[in-house]
Design a protein around this ligand. Sequence first.
Ligand SMILES: *Cc1c(COP(=O)(O)O)cnc(C)c1O
Length: 386
Amino acid sequence: MFEPTVALDPRLSRPTFAEIDLDLLASNYRAVDKATRGAGMLPVLKANAYGHGLLPVARHLESLGAAGLAVAFLEEGALLREAGIRCPILVMGGIDVNQIPHFLRYDLTITASSVEKLREVDRTASAMGMTARIHLKVDTGMGRIGMRPDTAPAMFRAGLEATSVVVEGVYSHFATADRADLTQTRRQLKRFRRAVSFYLDRGLPMPKLHLANSGAILQHPDSHLDLVRPGILLFGVYPSDEVQRTVDVTPVLAWKSRVVFFKVQPAGMPVGYGAEWHPACNTRVVTVPVGYGDGYFHALSDHGRVLVGGRRRPIVGGVCMDQFMVDIGPGGEAYNGDEVVLIGRQGDESITATDLARWAGTIPYEVLTNINTRVDRRYLGAGVTS
Ligand SMILES: *Cc1c(COP(=O)(O)O)cnc(C)c1O
């Protein structure tokens, strides 16, 4: 994997970083665990653990006793194994059959979403003299991968006939569990229960059942079943504005930088590409060395706010690839080197990933996963091992 960073003395590196507090991750984990008593937890760490850094987050959650971890792709699972993670790892994405031998070598749990894929896994595992761990995916209303409840029994049967596969789990995914209206969520749970009654009706042992993402953990306890799959909630961010906040969590990630330039901006003098913004009267403007090349959305141009000197200040002009400008007002005081908070707290003020999402016209998930490798991750808390 391409890592564009060089090992500089920290005092020489750019003053922009994401600070990840592993103690807060642990307290969110415990809060979710308490709210889902009776269910095991399969934290979802796809996309670099929602931007928080796959390996440090995975190590910490494993040490806290998570039942397993879930990722989207083979590569993410392989990285976890290469780093020494030993707990079960479910890869949730649809598989390419060429990848099956790698899933087996890394002891990753495969998602089978059709009869053909399941049979192909069985053949490959048998040829390699191995047994594949599998979870079967039922599509109860997400319309992404999996077999519909009416055709799923064929897949359950194929699972029973396979000789080199153990079906450890059956799962599905909610499309609207973070909405105020839970009609479809209830319907999906009902369809799921009806599909897996296949095992009950035949007196067969029931595989582990799981369905609940963050929205369902918060709003629909009936869906917690054997395992829950929280993603964004563990990172202290609620999946939507309308979701009921039945579990208290705290944002784990802060994104910080420092002022690199200060100036007095005369009335009428434009700022930024396109020269579309200029102050009506003389004001003070600072430059912050972060841009869309770091994953700070261009859509925040003239919409975003940051914290400088404990106050929310507006971004003016366009966000550039590597820098943006902030109007700190005619009397605003900020000096080169002063802290700028893009996400996080400063004094009594805070800005959340949800605020950024609202200003940029996106969802908090995209804000977090978009923070890219150019931004150094620094870890705080008792769980920091290296
Ligand atoms: C991403 C994902 C989750 C976690 O979703 P959150 O809303 O972040 O909790 C759970 N299950 C599947 C299949 C997913 O793709």
